[in-house]
Structure formats: C-alpha cells, structure tokens
Design a protein around this ligand. Sequence first.
Ligand SMILES: [Fe+2]
Length: 485
Amino acid sequence: MSEIHAPAGIVIPTFVEIPFNSTSSSSSTSTTTSASKIITPASSSSSTIATPTSALAAATLSSKASSTTITTATASAIPTTNATAPTNPTAAVATTTTDKVATKANEKVKVLSLQDFDNPATRPRFLADMRESLIDLGTFYIKDHGITTEMTAGAMKSVQDYFALPLEEKKKMLICNSRHFRGYKLIGEEFTNNQVDHREQLQFGPEQSALPSFVPTQSPDYQGLQGPNQWPASTLELLPAFQPHIIEFMHQLETLSHRLMEAVALSLGQSAHYFRDLFGDTPYYRLKAAKYPSVKNTKAATIGCGAHKDTGFLTVLLQDMVGGLQGQIPATGEWMDTRPVPETFIVTMGEAMERMTGGLYQATVHRVLNNMSGQDRYSIPFFFDPSLDTRVPHQIENLDRSARLDFSNAQTRKELPKADGEKFCGLGITTQGNLSFPDASASSSRHATACVDDEEEGWSSGAHVFETVHRCHPEVYARWYTHEE
Ligand SMILES: [Fe+2]
C-alpha cells in the first residue's frame, strides 16, 4: 500500500468512531488512524492506568418490573502513573493525560425488555427507563428483542469461522479492494486514540448494486458508499452459510434498529415515526465483525480498541461472553464494565444523536481492554444511520430536557400515525461534538453536494457517514476517490 503523508502536526483524520478526549481536538484532527503506513506526528503524552481485569464475578442481577439492573462492581483505588510501563501487566490500558482515571467502577446499566415497549401497560415504564438510561449513561441492554438465539449464535459462528481461515484466504477480501469500504482488515491496521487496536475486522453494509452514475472526484463521495459486499466466495465450501446468515442478520438488526429508534423518539417526547421519517426506506448501516485475539503479554498489544464515541445515531452490539468492553460514566469519567449478558444486545447512542438532542442523550465513550482472558473475543456491532441522501436537522425542536416525562399516553405501535412529510428545520448548533459535521454552507463540497442547500436545512447524513469511514480507512479513499477512473 502506498504511503499517506499527513501535513506536519496534523494526523490524517481516519476514524470510524470518535476519540473521547477531544476537548482540545478539532474536527481536523483525530486519534484514530489506519496504521497502514500513515505518517503521523508524535502522539500526545500519555499516562498508563491499570484496571482490574474482570468484574464479571462481582456482577449481580436483580429484577424489577420492566427492567433488570446489572450492578457491576470492580476494585477501587486504581493506581495512576505517568510511566510508560504498565503497573499491572495483566490488565493495562494506556490512555492520555486527559483521561479521568477511575478510582472505582460501579454503575447500574439497565436491561430493558422490548416486550415491555410493545405492551401498552408497560410502555410508559419502558420509555422512562430508556430516557433515564440515555440521559445518564447513553447505553442500556435490550432483551426480548425478537432476534433468535439461533440467529445470533449462527452469526457469531460464521464470524469465528471466517477469522479462522488462513490469512491468505482472508486477504482475498481486503477492504482496499472495495470502493464501498467493505471487507477484511488485518490486525494492527487501525488506531484509536493514538494506539493501535489489537483486533481483526470484517465490514459489511446493505447489499446493493453500485450507483452507475457515480464518478470519482465528480459525484458526491458518499454516493460511492452504495454497493455490494465482498463475500468469501472462494471458501464457500468452508463457510456454506456465511453470506445468507450475515445478510439475514443485518436485515433483522435493521428491523430491530427501527423499533429502537421508534422508542427513542417517544422517549424524547416526539412522535413515534419521527426517526422513521428521517431515516427513510433505505437506511444506511454498517456491520462490523471484530476478533480480539487473546494475548499473553502487553508488549503484543496495549488495548483492544481505544476510547472513543461512535459517530452515528445508534449502535446495537452483540458480544460474546469473554468480556472486556467498558463504558465511561459521563458525569464522573469513571469506567464501568459493560459485561456480557446472555441473549441481549448492548444499545448505545452515537454522536449524531447526542448532537441532535443538544447533549441530552449521551454518546457513550467506550473502549475494549486488552484481551488477556486466554480465549479470543468476538463482537459484532451494527451502526445504524439514515439514508445517505437524508438531511438531518441540527437539533430536535422543542425538546423537553426534563429528566422525567409523562409517558402515560405514549402511543402503541397500532396507533402509529401515518407520516405526513413533516419538515425538519435546523436550529443551529448548540453543542460542539468531536467530529465535524458537514458544514451546511459548504455547498461546494463534494461530500455535501445535493444534500445541503443552506444552514436551515441541516447536515448531510451521507457526508457524515463518508467522513467517518474515510477517516477509518484512508487507504480505501486514496485508491478509489482521489482520481477519476
Ligand atoms: Fe465503538
């Protein structure tokens, strides 16, 4: 692969997800980069914190009416040093000086049942719990979600079988082969928060034909996102059910995501169809499968995935039972284990939602600890965004910022009103996120062309998504988007 040079002092912005410690960073800088021969300035000073490896044994479950609460307690008094060597080699996480170091990690993450959302009697409680979770933490677990255990187990098995293929097989699907940012990425090829992520990745999206009208350097770049996936065709004998299983899994996750966004809309005091109208009939989504190999020492890797926020609206994540995912409590900066809970997905908000709610709903900062468990860890996040041609309002109008709303008259699904083409108008930016959103006035930008007319019309979802994937995979951009074919 060719080298990509960044101007002095500037890191080529290349991340899917946002670095959390960016109060001093602008949209033109980032800390997640592709490792593929990118020349970057020296990383910022960093400190090292040691965290306990596992709080799983300390976790307890308690049930109540519409939600279950996971109480996760980890050891207190986590030492902090500025040394480069980890103080606890069994569980070290390098981070930056802007990290708020956890002295304890003890928080409640609700487990919500989607059946409670469908039941008129329990819906108000469900919505209240969802609102509270998204205001306080930006995350919750969802159970009774309608996706069978057979489907999730089959998806996991497919992913595990793929990653078990010989490297030469996997390299036939390198993401660089795809203009549409789909395919395989080797371990060590991506950075988050100035550290290399110790994981392999496999990325998919809606299975569609490429737009025949797309012309590199002339068409809006985001139109190049539409297209087919790469599949392990040459290894179908080894993975006979891989493609149909992954496609069906994405379809079911799309359905689940629509339902979750319907609930999110109601929890914000909006009409149930608010986001359905916004997202359109062809929402853009990305499914990422990741393998975090178990490592025996911290010299091999310092972290599975560095701390960051997701950039989009909604992330629905399936993880195995190994553990290692952590979320940061917004109010305190403390880290909490987002431990595996069987038959659930973890639901988190991305920065687009945080921005649209004026910061009311949190985009959770999260990371994956270095995997010292002795077994490989697999996770499958699903990122859900509007149709690429969508204009997104800067902020939801007339948003009630109360901690609690009265949901006693919340709509049920049967009462869902028909969409009436409601008009979205931007109200201006009141919160400054970490990622740049396409400038509504930058009508000359190829990213924004055809999506943004003026500041009142909001920002381009397609341009936003493209910026995200472009930052994560600059080698794909360099190959497919910088010259006409
Ligand atoms: Fe993430």
